[in-house]
Ligand binder design. Structure first.
Ligand SMILES: Cc1cc2nc3c(=O)[nH]c(=O)nc-3n(C[C@H](O)[C@H](O)[C@H](O)COP(=O)(O)OP(=O)(O)OC[C@H]3O[C@@H](n4cnc5c(N)ncnc54)[C@H](O)[C@@H]3O)c2cc1C
Length: 319
């Protein structure tokens, strides 16, 4: 009985190994797959390319969050500062010049089956032994009446990378670095901006507060917690329950910039029960803004990417 069971187990193991070998021989297999082509994902891919390791970088959009940034002044390689748009162009150049193995796709689903990660996109499936998730962060919602209707009607946005409007009255809701950076970006395009702050406290760093303070076409309204948004014809009104003198603001567009949360949808939905084991066995890595949302900085994401690639290359399995 014992011998029979042992034989059955051996057969199963051999079959599993054969399946894995078959998978690995397929064109869509790579030792490592990286999801997300922001600074973290691109840095991982670049370092893996230098190490000569088999990898695939899959990302929806080159540059990630960087695309939204107006002026980046904390990268010591750019003494004059650099715009997010320009930095994304450099990322594209890096991908092309170093011939990184990149596919511009959205990943819809991930599974861990037959000892391999299965990565599903609209244009095909990919497999890997290791997975690096660099999916960054996503904007928080306000959660007030009228918000989703405004988003549907393209009167309310959470990011500004696709906004080309000029001569508009725009309300930015939020008080952090992102809200202030967006304000500078939008007035540069000829818009008028009002920043609506929930309390009397501004969270943006003093450099951004000073730059905003120099602009006549940016106003700040403190103590204006939003209660609801109303959309009638072309008019958008933003109401606050506790505003003493001004019951509402009327604008053409609203940008909600009240913070960001980790973009952990793939892992929470599809790897929830396996994730701890996969971390422990060093098969799954989370990097960049996805894991340190309280320290969202380009250089930290880049550093994470390089470090993870180096760690992966030390692994005997990849060699
Ligand atoms: C307005 C603004 C100004 C900023 N200014 C500065 C600054 O001056 N200095 C600074 O250091 N930092 C700044 N930042 C922060 C910086 O942009 C982020 O810290 C950095 O981009 C994080 O890099 P990341 O690679 O971890 O994530 P992200 O840049 O968010 O990249 C994640 C990528 O993953 C992709 N992705 C997510 N899910 C999927 C999926 N299912 N399939 C495929 N792809 C997916 C996303 O599309 C995105 O491209 C700013 C951010 C904003 C919004």
């Amino acid at each position: 009985m014992m011998v029979k069971e042992k034989n059955r187990e051996n057969m199963k193991n051999r079959e599993n190994m054969k399946n894995r070998e078959n998978m690995k021989n397929r064109e869509n297999y790579h030792s490592i797959i990286i999801i997300g082509a922001g600074p973290a994902g691109i840095s991982t891919a670049l370092q893996l390319q230098r190490e000569g390791t088999s990898y695939l970088l899959i990302g929806e959009e080159i540059g990630g969050c960087v695309k939204n940034a107006f002026l980046i002044e904390n990268l010591i390689t750019f003494p004059q500062g650099i715009s997010g748009k320009k930095l994304c162009e450099i990322f594209t150049e890096i991908i092309q010049n170093y011939r990184l193995n990149f596919k511009q796709l959205r990943v819809n689903r991930i599974d861990f089956l037959q000892n391999l990660f299965q990565i599903e996109t609209r244009y095909g499936k990919f497999q890997s032994s290791y997975l690096v998730l660099a999916t960054g962060s996503q904007p928080k919602k306000l959660d007030v009446a009228g918000e989703s209707e405004g988003f549907k009607q393209q009167k309310l946005y959470y990011e500004i990378k696709n906004i080309n409007s000029t001569q508009k009255r725009i309300a930015i809701i939020g008080s952090g670095d992102v809200a202030f950076d967006y304000a500078l970006n939008l007035v540069q395009k000829g818009n008028e901006v009002i920043i609506l702050v929930r309390s009397s406290k501004i969270r943006a760093i003093s450099r951004l507060q000073n730059l905003v303070g120099e602009k006549n076409n940016i106003k700040i309204q403190l103590n204006f917690p939003i209660s609801n948004i109303s959309l009638k014809n072309e008019q958008i009104r933003i109401f606050s329950s506790s505003a003493k003198h001004l019951p509402y603001f009327e604008v053409d567009l609203i940008i909600v910039a009240i913070g960001r949360i980790p973009n952990s949808f793939l892992i929470e939905k599809y790897l929830k029960t396996q994730k701890n084991e996969l971390f422990q066995s060093r098969r799954l890595f989370l990097i960049g803004d996805l894991v340190h949302p309280q320290y969202r900085q380009i250089s930290l994401s880049m550093g994470d990417g390089i470090k993870t690639a180096m760690e992966l290359c030390k692994s005997e399995l990849i060699k």
